[in-house]
Design a protein. Structure first.
Lengths: 263, 69
């Protein structure tokens, strides 16, 4: 198999999978799942330090020691102002200008608040961030985000944490066909075949979290996701056969046994 | 005695005069990496913690890296 690298901004990657670090049964399972997935870029959140409680383990040090690049997120931000400050804190805490920009509209849907998202993306790009925005699977918004200077676009496959899989492959394909920056499908993936489908469509990568963390065996699912990503990308590069509406025999009909009554 | 709003909580800090002192008070002498501070909406770089003097009613956010998706 030929090595098939890709880039987000200046960051060179081989694995097509970005992995979230939330909601694993334990820290060790998370670290094992990351290792099995082969993911080189993992997400991190920023949260207020408790004033009266001990800090616990240092997740930043654990992931750095595991040799991963870190992608801070702005999860839980409802406004551009919150997202911008969270991104600035992330850059300072994690020493990276990468940011997964998430501005959500409400708790029930966790869908993007597009006006605030565009505002925050514009501001953060001007402040020197490499912005990866979580967006609806809307080709128009994806284009606007790219035009602002985002380093990638991250359309959802289905609502965050739903595991519903690829709800609208046509929109993802359309977004990819119009984009010059990487298209990374974020949110909604449920299982390995979803990963394969996204990469077969030509998208550049996926960000997974719940599909791995909430599997009965997260480490094994991480391994499945890795295999699925390789299969999907290879199939895309191989170029699938055209679809047809009628059958076409794979065995040649020349020299077939032909009995009376049939042509 | 100084009164600050830290991570959404208003609290009095008898011995704190700057960000470095506040961090020592909250996270101990060695807070480790993966932590960041904003004073009145602006990030204060770690190098500048000792020079960032605090005043009554300052608003401070102290965050650390945690698991997220």
């Amino acid at each position: 198999m030929v090595e098939d690298g890709w880039k987000i901004g200046n960051l060179e990657l081989t694995s097509r999978l970005l992995l979230g670090t939330a909601r694993y049964p334990s820290t060790q399972v998370m670290l094992d799942a990351i290792a099995e997935s082969g993911s080189e870029l993992v997400t991190i959140a920023l949260r207020r330090v408790a004033l009266d409680a001990p800090a616990g383990e240092n997740i930043y040090q654990l992931l750095k020691a595991a040799g991963r690049h870190l992608l801070p997120n702005t999860a839980g931000c409802y406004t551009a102002q919150e997202a911008i400050l969270t991104a600035e804190l992330g850059r300072e805490a994690l020493e990276t200008s990468l940011i997964k920009l998430e501005v959500i509209a409400d708790d029930e849907t966790l869908l993007p608040e597009t006006e605030e998202l565009l505002k925050a993306a514009d501001a953060l790009i001007h402040r020197g961030f490499t912005v990866l925005p979580y967006t609806n699977d809307d080709p128009v918004t994806a284009r606007k985000l790219e035009d602002l200077g985002c380093a990638a676009v991250m359309p959802l496959a289905a609502p965050i944490g739903s595991g519903l899989g690829i709800r609208n492959p046509h929109n993802l394909e359309l977004i990819k066909s119009r984009a010059k920056v990487p298209v990374i499908v974020d949110a909604g993936v449920g299982t390995a075949s979803d990963v394969t489908l996204v990469l077969e469509l030509g998208c550049d990568g996926l960000l997974l979290n719940s599909a791995v963390a909430h599997a009965q065996d997260p480490v094994r699912m991480a391994r499945a996701m890795k295999a699925a990503a390789i299969a999907g990308r290879e199939a895309f590069l191989a170029g699938r056969m055209p679809r047809k509406f009628y059958a076409e025999a794979s065995t040649s009909l020349a020299g077939r046994l032909s009995l009376a009554g049939k042509k | 005695m100084i009164k600050l709003r830290v991570n959404g909580e208003t609290k009095e800090f008898p011995a704190v005069t700057d960000i470095a002192g506040l961090i020592r008070e909250i996270a101990g002498p060695d807070p480790g990496p993966g932590i960041a501070v904003a004073l009145n909406g602006e990030v204060v770089r770690r190098l500048d913690w000792a020079n960032a003097t605090l005043h009554n009613n300052d608003i401070i956010e102290i965050v650390r890296a945690t698991q997220g998706g």
